[in-house]
Design a protein around this ligand. Structure first.
Ligand code: C2E
Ligand code: CA
Ligand code: CA
Length: 640
């Protein structure tokens, strides 16, 4: 092997006396420190350092090697400056199979420095026994006479080394070694500092994400959408257009969470979020603003287009979701607030969209556009729901009853149980004002339980006193849909030792039409328990008598709207009469409700009506007053 020609490997032109060396090392050190102060990026820093070392220190080559922790323990050139004859090109370096592992290829200062974490110097590469022949040969060709490998450590672990080649032998005396070691330590510190900064930046980014985004769905959160809302308001003001804020809420999410578990609940929320993003097209305009509530910002929208989108959102959510192996039928409601019509501030718009949502939850369509005045009305209703909840728990409800007269015998054959609410501020509240609310807010089961209990307690009292007055309790649609209805009633019957016929039930046509198959099953169950069944408000629904024929019921109650004006209105009279005929034809008993006076009662008697109920006989009264009323009225009790 021949010595390479000197021209291809120019030598350094710095003086190499001891003092001169110290000066060059000091210059190097200060250049390194300047680079450190300016550094913002690790790779750029390494590059600047190598350059400073060669240019200020007059060395032949400086490069930074990082130790890879791969199987081969290979070495990666991170940066270099000076004369490297191309050997630090990534491909060449790869071909050189440089390694910091022990063994033939790892017998050089760099590898040893990395392994030991200590500085390695070869003052004369050609005579140094620790360098193998291949390394000596390479050094000769490139004009490197001496070399120093300074380990770089970050957080106590060796990261790699800074390698400096000098063109002369004995280039690194004690003083220079000290200064270069210091420079390498500074570099280590600089790298560590930059890495910590990067980590901080990442942590800040995470914190920002946590502060602005919902971790479960990845959607913007309330804080973020508020900011977007502010921007949207500004833009809309500038450009004079309207926009809409929609808030979608999943119905009965709590229930689902409790029945199927939180994991399924989370899966559902993610699924809904995905569907909304697919529909709206841009996730930044959607936010999770409550447990199961999502806000959607629709730029340049008006009432019509917002309602349209709301419908699509409802449809998207209603597509079955497969949860825990079965398809859940998820329903939702949407409230809409419009800028500028419903408010000019982010907070107001959000509040009104949420109010509209609460209102939407109480409607059948599940969709409501905010309307002025609703604030108060809706807040009142919501307050009422809360109050009702407490009222049931605290037993602030009252049971009233209204007697029914069997026309043929002239006996009191029973009474309808009617609930009243003794509200602390509002006084006695009629059921028309709270039954519908209770139905829509899931309070009907506890309410029905309360009424059945109260009716049974009263029946018990009456039976103890020798009175037999069947009490007819009204059931709601949600009662009939409840799988546990029969079980609940059975339990209460057992508690009071109720006899057959103590309690009867009234159900409206529409209630039965909700799910005819289930209704049929429940009716049969109630009947098996010895309860007579009435179809309430007959004539107001759409069911035909032919349909009713298939139901296991005993009687129908002609709706009071026909009865009260049957003397004035020929149509009503016809309806009443034909209903009586048809019902009798089907072997059903007929009760007329809303009998306000004796004249109506007489006409009903003529038409063959079986039982009458109404103000003409008595207004509803507290159940406790029934005995006294009965004694005063002179009516006799009897079922026939
Ligand atoms: P409904 O089942 O049709 O009850 C008859 C309603 O007509 C009662 O109103 C009663 O006070 C009223 N009424 C009785 N006689 C006359 C009359 O001669 N003329 C007129 N114009 N009205 C008369 P109330 O007690 O205010 O109940 C209203 C509705 O609330 C009931 O209509 C029923 O649907 C519901 N409701 C009442 N109590 C309960 C209950 O415990 N559970 C359920 N689910 N619903 C109930
Ligand atoms: Ca009724
Ligand atoms: Ca009725």
């Amino acid at each position: 092997m021949t010595e390479p020609k000197k021209e291809t490997a120019p030598s350094g032109d710095h003086p190499c006396g001891e003092a001169a060396r110290a000066v060059r090392a000091l210059t190097t050190l200060s250049a390194v420190n300047r680079a450190l102060i300016r550094a913002t990026d690790e790779t750029a820093l390494l590059h600047d350092i190598c350059r400073a070392i060669v240019e200020k220190g007059g060395y032949r080559l400086a490069w930074v090697a990082y130790a890879e922790h791969d199987a081969r323990k290979s070495i990666r050139a991170m940066a270099h400056w000076g004369f490297d004859a191309g050997f630090l090109e990534p491909e060449k370096l790869a071909r050189a199979k440089l390694t910091w592992a022990e063994g033939e290829r790892g017998e050089h200062g760099l590898a040893a420095a990395i392994r030991s974490g200590e500085v390695r110097v070869a003052q004369n590469l050609q005579t140094d026994p620790s360098y193998p022949e291949w390394a000596k040969e390479a050094a000769r060709r490139r004009g490197y006479a001496s070399v120093i490998a300074l380990p770089l450590s970050v957080r106590g672990a060796v990261l790699g080394a800074l390698v400096i080649y000098a063109p002369e032998t004995d280039a690194f005396d004690a003083r220079e070694l000290e200064l270069l070691t210091e420079a390498a330590d500074d570099l280590s510190f600089g790298i560590e500092h930059l890495r910590i900064r990067t980590e901080h930046r990442k942590a800040e980014e995470t914190i920002r994400r946590l502060a602005w985004y919902d971790p479960l769905t990845g959607l913007p959160n309330r804080v973020r959408i508020d900011a977007h809302l502010e921007e949207a308001i500004e833009a809309a003001r500038r450009e004079h257009h309207s926009f809409a804020l929609l808030v979608l809420g999943l119905d009965r999410f709590r229930e689902l969470n409790e029945t199927l578990g939180y994991r399924q609940g989370d899966a559902l929320l993610r699924e809904v979020a995905g569907r909304l993003v697919a529909l709206v097209g841009e996730s930044e305009r959607i936010a999770r603003v409550g447990e199961a509530e999502f806000a959607v910002l629709l730029p340049a929208a008006n009432a019509a287009s917002a309602t349209d989108t709301a419908r699509q959102m409802l449809a998207a959510v209603r597509r079955p979701v497969s949860l825990a192996g079965f398809a859940a039928d998820q329903r939702a409601s949407v409230g809409i607030a419009l800028f500028p019509g419903h408010g000019g501030e982010a907070e107001v718009l959000m509040r009104r969209a949420i109010l509209a949502l609460q209102q939407a939850r109480l409607t059948t369509g599940g969709l409501t556009l905010y309307s002025g005045g609703l604030d108060e009305e809706c807040t009142r209703r919501l307050a009422l729901i809360g109050d009702l909840h407490r009222a049931i728990e605290r037993d602030e409800l009252l049971l009233y009853c209204q007697p029914k007269v069997h026309l043929a015998s002239g006996h009191i054959c029973g009474a309808e149980a009617l609930v009243r609410w003794k509200h602390a501020e509002m006084g006695i509240v009629d059921p028309d004002r709270f039954i519908a609310l209770a139905e829509r807010s899931g309070l009907i089961s506890p309410l029905t339980d309360w009424v059945v209990q109260a009716a049974l307690r009263q029946s018990y009292v009456w039976h103890e006193a020798g009175l037999s007055v069947p009490l007819a309790v009204n059931l709601s649609g949600s009662d009939l849909q409840d799988d546990r209805l029969l079980e609940r009633i059975d339990g209460m019957f057992a508690t009071w030792g109720a006899g057959r016929g103590w309690v009867e039930f009234e159900l409206t046509e529409s209630t039965l039409m909700d799910d005819p198959r289930v209704s049929l099953e429940r009716l049969a169950g109630l009947r098996n328990m010895g309860c007579r069944l009435y179809i309430d408000d007959f004539g107001t629904g759409y069911s035909s008598l032919a349909y009713l024929r298939r139901l296991p019921v005993d009687a129908i109650k002609i709706d009071k709207s026909f009865v009260t004006d049957m003397l004035q209105d020929a149509d009503s009279d016809v309806i009443v009469r034909s209903t009586i005929d048809l019902a009798h034809h089907l072997d059903l008993e007929v009760v007329a409700e809303g009998v306000e006076n004796a004249r109506i009662q007489d006409r009903l008697a003529e038409e063959g009506c079986d039982v009458v109920q109404g103000y003409g006989i008595s207004e509803p009264m507290p159940v406790g007053e029934f005995g006294g009323w009965l004694a005063r009225s002179g009516w006799a009790l009897g079922t026939g």
